[in-house]
Design a binder for this molecule. Structure first.
Ligand SMILES: [Fe+2]
Ligand SMILES: [Fe+2]
Length: 337
């Protein structure tokens, strides 16, 4: 992983390796990419999409935008502190990696925010209010995606205060497995599918970089959880409950995940052919890969798929529309005040 040895630094550490990789691979420059490719072609393709196609692209991008904003915020305020927890090994290298981790999340926000502003015709924009929790993009808040981000904020805040291994497992499960794993990866899959009919060159290049960065983030999350699980399995008392906590968090986040998939497909009639069932199957594969192959948790991924399907069947679009209206009114009132 490295050719060099240090004195203070453990250059053999996985986290040193992730840090080193981020210096090299994570240093793509969003503005340089924009200079190189330009906005013109994306703008032209965007303007030729019909209203529903635009709405589908817009929904997925604002879900990412709110998500990147919140993971960036939680990385700085909470993950950085969690990496100092005495129950974790290799604290210094983990903390060192976390600096580049947070930087990458901010770059993702930077890319998406500038892209949306320059290529698309804007969106329900309430960023003059506090976008964190108080004024997420209405469609993100009206469907369950906002709930997952909220959950992530609560769990990472708690773990950063308690430094308890089970709390850390909950926080990492929500942040890395649910948000960066299942939600982001099914999102990347949807972006890829959409690009067949809406081949936005700058967007697709940006997302290639984002998904490579997220691959490292996921490696960090999975290895962190493996470390905690190993101690639980070795019978160390403080770590008991880690495995159950990881699965509980997944179960808590499953219904909102179904709403996310619905929000970016059938609720706009899926004009760009993403396919709700494609997302469902991809999600099931990710769950199987992470929870069973990587973490050996013996989780029934078909149960996950069934829970998503049930929530999907229960979704009442008129409720989402009513929530959207209510939120817009609330935001207007806040803005007026
Ligand atoms: Fe990100
Ligand atoms: Fe990430």
């Amino acid at each position: 992983m490295t050719r060099y040895r240090g004195n203070r630094l453990n250059t053999e550490s996985l986290w040193y390796g992730l840090y080193n990789k981020s210096i090299e691979l994570g240093m793509w420059n969003p503005e340089a990419l924009m200079d190189e490719i330009g906005f013109e072609e994306d703008k032209e393709i965007w303007q030729n999409l019909d209203d529903k196609e635009k709405e589908q692209v817009r929904r997925i991008l604002v879900a990412f935008l709110d998500g990147e904003f919140e993971v960036g915020d939680d990385a700085v305020h909470h993950l950085q502190t969690i990496m100092d927890a005495p129950c974790l090994e290799d604290n210094e290298m983990k903390q060192m990696y976390m600096t580049s981790f947070a930087l990458t999340e901010h770059k993702h926000t930077q890319f998406l925010d500038i892209y949306i502003e320059n290529v698309m015709d804007g969106f329900d924009d309430y960023t003059d209010l506090n976008p964190r929790g108080e004024a997420r993009v209405p469609i993100v808040e009206a469907t369950g995606v906002g709930e997952v981000y909220e959950h992530q904020g609560r769990l990472t805040a708690k773990a950063s205060e308690t430094h308890d291994p089970v709390d850390i497992a909950r926080a990492a499960a929500c942040y890395h497995l649910d948000v960066e794993g299942i939600l982001a990866r099914t999102g990347f899959f949807a972006i890829n599918k959409m690009s067949a009919n809406a081949p936005l060159p700058l967007l697709n290049r940006g997302f290639k970089f984002i998904s490579t960065d997220e691959g490292r983030h996921l490696t960090h999350g999975v290895r962190l959880l493996q470390e905690l699980l190993e101690k639980e399995r070795n019978g160390e008392p403080e770590y008991q409950g880690v495995g159950d906590a990881i699965v509980e968090v997944l179960n808590e986040d499953t219904p909102p995940m179904a709403e996310f998939a619905y929000m970016i497909t059938d609720s706009v009639d899926d004009p760009l052919d993403v396919g709700f069932s494609n997302l469902l199957m991809r999600g099931g594969e990710f769950v199987d890969g992470m929870y069973n192959e990587s973490l050996d948790l013996d989780y029934d991924s078909m149960e996950y798929v069934e829970r998503i399907r049930h929530r999907y069947q229960d979704i009442d679009d008129s409720e989402i529309q009513a929530d959207l209206e209510k939120l817009r009114e609330e935001y207007q009132v806040k803005r007026g005040a």
